[in-house]
Design a binder for this molecule. Structure first.
Ligand SMILES: C[S@@+](CC[C@H](N)C(=O)[O-])C[C@H]1O[C@@H](n2cnc3c(N)ncnc32)[C@H](O)[C@@H]1O
Length: 310
């Protein structure tokens, strides 16, 4: 039996009746598996294909199976900061994803978000890039009810996990965007509008040939800095010494940013560098951080503010 709609177009919404039939469901999953594999092969051929720009991909956000990213027309290009390997949903994550995404998701758009329409109020807005499983995101949003939070993540299981936390804790100040954060910042966040951007333990890309994939690189820091309001904060943390030095260097080099830790000394050895901050009380340990600490890694926070005079 052929899954109607699943093979001819991934952006077509299937009716609930269609998708409940076991033959249709297994056919849909098979169709998605094949398309995901061809998508991965396409990315392997040229990693710069990996943009998840809204105009290049149409996440099938409202079908009852995992979202599929479908390549469409090439648009502005950047190097992907995340890997194509996405892991598996647990049943709890899948169920939260299916039931709660429409309630707590901000749909991808090419226009700036309207905070009042999303949260029912205007408030200082914080964006977290790459929240993983979202435990830290939910904890910070719960501890700071006076602020609005948007978590951006490409990893569907992580999105499912955070959706469940939002629902269980009844958080009205936290919403989720499932998309490449670079495109979100470019298209959906107005210049000088953010109180803070959090980037906690971004993928370290330890091999030298992959350093270009690191999220905290000069052009992305520049993009983030333009989205911060005056005195807005860019807070990054990592457990990779080489990446910590890269963060300190590229963030210090952006003329819009000043280091909150005061005295900065850039160096090739982490022991000689200065300008790292103490972990502030508002940032709980993250999942990746605990794993790094278990492996004997150090942890470095870099916290910079957007200057008022620019
Ligand atoms: C190493 S994990 C850290 C997760 C979490 N912050 C923590 O500390 O436990 C990095 C996460 O960033 C996400 N990520 C990387 N690049 C991203 C991008 N451009 N947009 C959205 N998410 C991204 C990855 O999918 C991954 O889940």
């Amino acid at each position: 039996m052929t899954a109607k709609g699943a093979t001819d177009s991934n952006t077509r919404m299937l009716s609930n009746d269609d998708t409940q039939h076991p033959d249709v469901r297994s056919s849909i999953f098979e169709s998605h598996r094949v398309q995901r594999q061809s998508h991965i092969n396409w990315l392997r051929d040229d990693p710069t294909n990996g943009l998840l720009a809204g105009r290049r991909y149409h996440p099938a956000l409202h079908c009852r199976t995992p979202p599929i990213m479908i390549p469409t027309e090439p648009d502005h290009r950047h190097i992907r900061s995340f890997s194509g390997r996405r892991g598996h949903f647990t049943s709890g994550q899948r169920s939260a994803y299916e039931k709660l995404l429409p309630r707590y998701e901000i749909p991808v758009s090419s226009t700036s978000i309207d905070q009042a329409a999303i949260f029912g109020r205007d408030a200082p807005l914080v964006v977290e890039i790459g929240f993983g499983m979202g435990e830290t995101t939910a904890a910070i949003a719960q501890a700071q009810p006076e602020r609005n939070f948007i978590g951006v993540e490409v990893y569907p299981a992580g999105v499912g996990s955070l959706l469940r936390r939002i629902n269980e804790a009844g958080l009205s100040n936290l919403r989720v965007i499932q998309h490449d954060a670079i495109n979100v910042l470019q298209d959906m966040i107005a210049p000088a509008s953010l109180a803070a951007v959090h980037v906690f333990f971004p993928d370290p890309w330890p091999k030298a040939r992959h350093h270009k994939r690191r999220l905290i690189r000069a052009e992305i820091v520049e993009l983030i800095a333009t989205r911060l309001a005056p005195q807005g904060v860019l807070h990054c943390a990592t457990d990779w010494a080489h990446y910590a030095l890269q963060m300190l260097t590229v963030m210090s080099s952006d003329p819009r940013l000043e280091n909150t830790a005061g005295d900065v000394h850039l160096a090739e050895e982490i022991e000689s560098a200065r300008g790292f901050a103490e972990r502030p009380a508002y940032r709980p340990l993250t999942k990746f951080e605990r794993r790094g600490l278990g492996l004997g890694h150090g942890v470095w926070d870099v916290i910079m503010k957007r200057r008022i005079d620019l």
